[in-house]
Design a binder for this molecule. Structure first.
Ligand SMILES: [Zn+2]
Length: 131
């Protein structure tokens, strides 16, 4: 097996869930379109090509989280996406999961910084409370 050279550019697979959540979040806030979303994601350090983003938007629409329509913008026609009520519901559920995950990630960071490795080890796999 090849040992992975991990960097921001090749973590795509792990980022993909975060990117979907990000898209869903912005589609709940207001209408989004492909290029604008690519720029927004770039601002957050995700470099997605149109060839990656458009299928993602399409898949989210097929699953019922987004709804799109074509809007004329000058001479061009742009596809604009909004979250559906299912999309909003999904975002609310995801938010809880993200909160939980962030709590765990940051808690681990904090205990590592306090250099008490045994503190995080004793919480391993469902043995919470056996201290
Ligand atoms: Zn954003």
């Amino acid at each position: 097996m090849k040992s992975a050279q991990v960097n921001a550019a090749n973590c795509q697979e792990i980022y993909s869930g975060l990117v979907r959540i990000h898209i869903l979040y912005h589609a709940c806030e207001g209408p989004i379109f492909g290029l604008g979303m690519i720029e927004e994601l770039r601002r957050h350090g995700y470099r997605l090509s149109a060839g990656t983003l458009y299928p993602l938007l399409h898949a989210l629409e097929m699953k019922g989280y987004l709804r799109s329509r074509e809007v004329r913008s000058g001479r061009s026609i742009r596809r604009v996406y909004r979250a559906t009520s299912a999309g909003r519901k999904a975002l609310a559920l995801v938010k809880e999961k993200v909160k939980e995950l962030v709590g765990e990630l940051l808690e681990d960071d904090a205990s590592r910084r306090a250099s008490r490795p045994e503190a995080s080890r004793s919480r391993a796999w469902g043995h919470v409370g056996t201290s």
